[in-house]
Write a protein that binds this ligand. Structure first.
Ligand code: BG6
Length: 477
């Protein structure tokens, strides 16, 4: 179903995110028939170039990042929706030209794909030139601040010109297919909800493992580290979707209210409950310190931690989170380990093992449950654990590659005016309020991150975080 006609302005249109994600994503929605041919995508950036140069650049970006043989006629039709305006975010150049491009009576959205230090200048100029009004939407990206103070300041800056229901803070994890499916699985089935609490869930593991290092983004990354880059946002969102109470309705504020309560219920982290790591040199490339060109860096490229949610549902069920670069495999998954049955009636057959539910976000999106059954054959009652496997690609007859990418889905939600999958200002601030003391405690110390080999599953200490509780991580593979 096509969305309403729109003018989407991309500030920072010559940047990496626009080339890699935003424009290729819009192109795929265009091919899918969702983006109207009359819509305009207006690139705005400092680079002085004309429309044809911008279109040529975006043609290259699509060739590079969409990666299949494109229908030339369709590609030309898409490129015809692109406009370009050289603009000075801190000055006066370009603003009247941008204003002249905007059509009345269509949805107006402004994507701030620029450094956060420019948010205020752009917001102010959009308002003073009368380009944005009370119906316009703005889209902002992480890093949304680097702590509570800076996040609050950014929220306050945007609030001078835009109401909360106009601000779309992207966390691209919320656009992933399985992440949304988490809500469907939890709230459209009776099967799981009665067991979804500390009485039946022993613990939860959330792993986001990557094989890439930080080469190329060293400067940004070394000032962030895994906690700011992944935990405060993506991992926190996953934790919220697992832990939240059922919202009364699938409605932006109802969902975000419930997520906010989870974040506020997180207990301050104990220093013993966190492990940081840094990848070392390996056969495939240099180690972290060389990648970021900072031999004295104490920034973590890996973190594992044990969080507690202090509320009626979850007290007694730890949530173990782990994420890192240059690990053994690229895999993101959530594992719910249920408690063991209270009593075994099978004397010789072995003890029943705890059921596990594995929710796989990428690659190969799907769900897997382990259950105990009788080993087939005449050998008597012997128990074996088998998977009840459901790959979404198999179940839904899709090969996975046609699933919309997180960005394209979220951009269409902006045009539709649906904020459910975007972070609200208070939610984001609460997430910083939880991570700030964790970061401050580390900064105040002198300890170095634990070294780990590239291609491993992180430092030994991260394994011990679970071993000391008589648990183990699911293998990264
Ligand atoms: C980004 C982080 O937000 O998410 C990156 O800045 C990380 O460091 C990326 O690699 C992971 O996203 P995905 O979709 O590849 O899992």
């Amino acid at each position: 179903i096509p969305v309403e006609d729109f003018d989407l302005v991309i500030f920072g249109a010559t940047g990496d995110l626009a080339r890699r994600k935003i424009v290729p994503g819009l192109y795929r929605r265009f091919v899918a028939g969702q983006m109207p041919a009359s819509a305009q995508i207006i690139g705005a950036a400092r680079t002085r170039q004309d429309e044809s140069a911008f279109r040529a650049d975006m043609r290259g970006a699509i060739a590079e990042f969409v990666g299949r043989d494109e229908d030339e006629a369709q590609l030309d039709a898409f490129l015809a929706t692109l406009r370009y305006v050289p603009i000075d975010a801190r000055g006066t150049d370009g603003w009247p030209e941008l204003s002249a491009h905007m059509r009345p009576g269509v949805v107006h959205a402004f994507y701030f794909s620029v450094a956060p230090s420019l948010f205020g200048d752009i917001a102010e100029r959009l308002a003073s030139h009368g380009i944005a009004d009370a119906d316009s939407r703005i889209v902002v990206e992480k890093p949304f601040g680097r702590d509570l103070v800076t996040a609050r300041a950014l929220n306050a800056t945007l609030a001078q010109h835009f109401a909360e229901n106009q601000i779309y803070r992207i966390d691209h994890y919320l656009g992933k297919e399985t992440v949304q499916n988490l809500m469907a699985v939890r709230f459209a089935n009776i099967l799981f909800e009665p067991l979804w609490n500390a009485q039946y869930v022993d613990h939860v593991q959330i792993t986001v493992a990557e094989t890439v290092g930080v080469g190329g983004r060293g400067e940004y990354y070394d000032h962030s580290g895994a906690i700011r880059d992944m935990v405060q946002n993506h991992m926190m969102q996953l934790l919220c979707l697992i832990a939240m109470e059922p919202p009364y309705h699938f409605d932006p504020d109802a969902v975000r209210d419930e997520k906010l309560k989870v974040i506020r219920a997180l207990e301050p982290l104990d220093a013993d409950d966190i492990v940081r790591g840094q990848y070392q040199d390996g056969p495939d490339g240099p180690g972290y310190l060389q990648d970021v060109e900072n031999p004295l860096s104490r920034t973590e490229s890996f973190v594992a931690l044990k969080a507690h949610i202090a509320n009626w549902r979850w007290t007694g069920t730890p949530f173990y989170l782990r994420t890192g670069k240059r690990l053994r495999a690229r895999t993101s998954e959530i594992v719910i380990t249920f408690r063991e049955p209270p009593h075994s009636i099978f004397d010789d057959g072995g003890t029943p093992k705890a059921n596990q539910m594995v929710i796989k976000l990428q690659p190969n999106e799907g769900m897997n449950m382990t259950v105990m059954i009788k080993e087939p054959g005449p050998g008597g009652m012997r128990l074996v654990q088998v998977p009840l496997d459901m790959s979404f690609a198999d179940a839904l007859g899709s090969n996975g590659t046609d699933m919309p990418d997180a960005y394209e889905r979220l951009i269409m939600d902006v045009i539709r005016g649906n904020q459910t999958l975007f972070m609200r200002g208070d939610e984001l601030e609460a997430a910083w309020a939880w991570t700030d003391p964790i970061i401050a405690a580390w900064d105040a110390g002198t300890r170095l991150p634990e070294p780990y080999d590239p291609g491993s599953s992180g430092p030994e200490e991260a394994l011990r975080l679970l071993h000391r509780d008589n648990r183990r991580w699911r293998e990264i593979r």
